[in-house]
Design a protein around this ligand. Sequence first.
Ligand SMILES: [Zn+2]
Length: 394
Amino acid sequence: MSGAVTSFQGRVARFDVLRSPPTDGATRARLGRLTLPHGVVETPQFMPVGTNATVKALSPDDLRDAGASIILANTYHLYLRPGHERIARLGGLHKFMAWDRPILTDSGGFQVVSLGDLRVVDDDGVTFRSHLDGSLHRFTPEHSMAVQEALGADIAVAFDQPVSPSSPRAVVADATARTHRWAERSLAAHERPDQALFGIIQGGLEPDLRAESARLIAGLGFDGICIGGLAGDESPAQREAAVDIAVTALGDDPRPRYLMGLGSPLDLLEAVHHGIDLFDSVLPARIARNGTLWVPGGKLNMRNTRFLDDPAPVQEDCPCLLCRQFSRAYLAHLFRAQELLAYRLATCHNMTFTLDFMARVRTALQAGNFPATLPELRLRAGRMSGREAAEKSA
Ligand SMILES: [Zn+2]
């Protein structure tokens, strides 16, 4: 496309950087466009998570209304139930879940490590018991590729071994080295011609391991770069330091950068500021189901009794299914009565808020005034002023 500052053309994915970061170093945020077989994804962008081939409580129409242009589905969950081969026989994941826009499948590595019982990691792969029925399974890089090719998402992800950010250095070093070997095996095994493949950087919070991992993964022929092993038990400052190391090591690499698992508006904003293009998280949907709704400047807990008499919409100017038609009082009632509609309406709102927030970030980048708009965006994302923070901690 014309006007792109840099472009990456992979076998099936194209990534155009439309606005690069300013040369004065005020921010590393960039505006981009990722073109995939099922459509175009404007970046920075958030991917709602459809764990079981559904974003919990939402229909594909709800997702489109909320502004979703790409979603993530979980390889581990779909492999166990209903099975990747069944989904392939039924025409692939897009047809199965009636979602015609882009999909990314993760590698299964994170869930194998976090959900699978009795897992044993060796250099060839991971043996684990299903969290559903205790049956024994084995994932290798080659098997993860086969499962993801059967699912048929626009983007597959290399099989890795994530570890908790606070793991001891020896554990991080071991898992990172294994992730590198598995990255090469994932690339060699991946054959599907209409599917992009992203690699994953690990390295925990160890600066040298993180930098080495970034250089090594960037040296392989992936279509995009995931930054894994964060959005866990690290502090925001530790996360930003790890992201900075990875983004610095990637330099002017023209491929999209995806920070896995991050989901609060403020976390997304700061990561965009540090050079990230893509995100995913269950957070907006999960907290919505608990009755927590994001609004400009903070959040509302709909279980609070004060909302039972509140005729106002959750957010005055919000175009979502909830705010267009219903009051806070009605939603607060639905949550108290445990009515199923509560989960759908609340999730529609949080997803709309998150995706609209990313659109505001892109608008600022397009206008060339992102650094100047940062304070306003931080306030919208709910960052407390210094005084409020002091009062809260007092
Ligand atoms: Zn709303």
